[in-house]
Design a protein around this ligand. Sequence first.
Ligand code: NAD
Ligand code: TDX
Length: 342
Amino acid sequence: MKKILVTGGCGFIGSNFIRLQLDAYPDVEIVNVDALTYAGNPENLADIDSDSRYRFEKGDIADPDFIEDLLATSNVDAVVNFAAESHVDRSILDSGPFVQTNIVGTQVMLDAARKVGVERYLQVSTDEVYGTLGKEGFFTEETPLAPNSPYSASKAAADMLVRSYFHTHKFPVIITRCSNNYGPYQFPEKLIPLFISNALNDQSLPVYGKGDNVRDWIHVMDHARGVDAALRKGVPGEVYNFGGHGELQNLELTKKLLDALDKPHSLIKYVEDRAGHDFRYAIDTAKAERELGWAPQVDFETGLRDTIDWYLGNPVWVERVKSGAYRDYYETQYGNRLGAEA
Ligand code: NAD
Ligand code: TDX
C-alpha cells in the first residue's frame, strides 16, 4: 500500500496518523484532504510540510466534483476517512454540519473511491455509535448500534452506508471504532486539553453533572497504530474496535490532572449536565488483538504526563487555536454554565 489519501489530516488524530505513516514507511506517499474547519490546523503538520512524500489539498469531502477529480488524478491505493465534525457538544447546538460532513461526506468519498477502484477504504468511526453502557460490560464488534447524540447518530449513519457498499457493491471497506483519544494536537474543546488549558490559566474546570460518567482513554498513537494495522492487515467487510483499557470517571481524571499540574481541586466547578450524556464507554479489544496483532502500548499515567508536557511546551499553539472563532463557541457552550467567568 504505497499511496494513501487521508481526509481530515489537519485534525488531531489524522495529523498523528500521517506522521506515523511517514515515520514507519519510507516508501509511503500521503495526500491529505482537509477543509480546514475550526478544528483543522495546518500547523499540526508543519514539521512534515516540506517532505516530498506529503501533499496537502484544501477541500471539502462533501464536494463531489472536487473529490472525484482528486481521486481520478491521484492514483491512490487506499482511502482513510478521518474527516468529520467530531465534538458532541457542538452537535447538540447544531447538528447540520454533522449530517453534511459525516454522512454526505462519507457517501461522496465512498462513491468517488469506488469509481476509481481503490484497494481499501477505511472509515474511522467511534465507540459512541454503540450508545451507552451501565456499570458493567464492554462494547464488542457485535454490539448493536444505538447512538444517542446527533454526533454519534451521524457517525452511525456513515457506518451503515460503508457497510452497505461492502454488501451491495463488494467494495473493500473496513470500519474501525475507537474510544476517547488524548494526546498532542487535540483541540481544546475536548475534556483533557480543555481542562489542562483552563487549569494552567487558573480558570474553572466545568465538570458536567456529578462527574461520574466513565470514558475509556486511549493515547492517540495507539489509535493511529490500530488504524494502520486495520488498513494493512484487516479483512474487507470487518469492523475492529480499539480501546485503551483506561477506564476513568471524569471526576477522577479531573483530580489527576489538577494534581499533575499542582493546581487546587477548588478549580472544579460542577455545571449543568450534557443533554443525553452517555454514562459509560468501555471496549473489548480481543478481536483487534487476535486478528490484527494490535494492543494499546501507552499506559494512561505516562500518556497523560507526556500530554501535559506537550501542552506546557506549546503555549503558542494553544493560544492560536483558542483565538478567534473558538472564543464564540466557548461563550455559547459555557456562558450560562460558568456565568461571567466564561
Ligand atoms: P478533529 O475535529 O480534531 O479533526 C477533524 C478534521 O476534519 C479537521 O482537520 C477538519 O478541518 C476536517 N474536516 C471537517 N469537516 C471536513 C470536510 N467537510 N471536508 C474535509 N475536511 C473536514 O477530529 P479528531 O478528534 O481528529 O477525529 C478524527 C476522526 O476520528 C473523526 O472521524 C472522529 O469521529 C473519529 N474519532 C475520534 C475520537 C476522539 O476521541 N477524538 C475517537 C474515536 C473516533
Ligand atoms: O467541559 C466538559 N466537561 C465535561 O464534564 C467537557 C468538554 C466534557 N465533559 C465530559 C463529557 C464526557 O463524559 O467529559 C467526557 C469526555 O467528553 P469529550 O472530551 O467531549 O468526549 P466525548 O463526548 O466522550 O467524545 C469523544 O470520544 C469519542 C470525542 O469527542 C469523539 O469524537 C469520539 O468519537
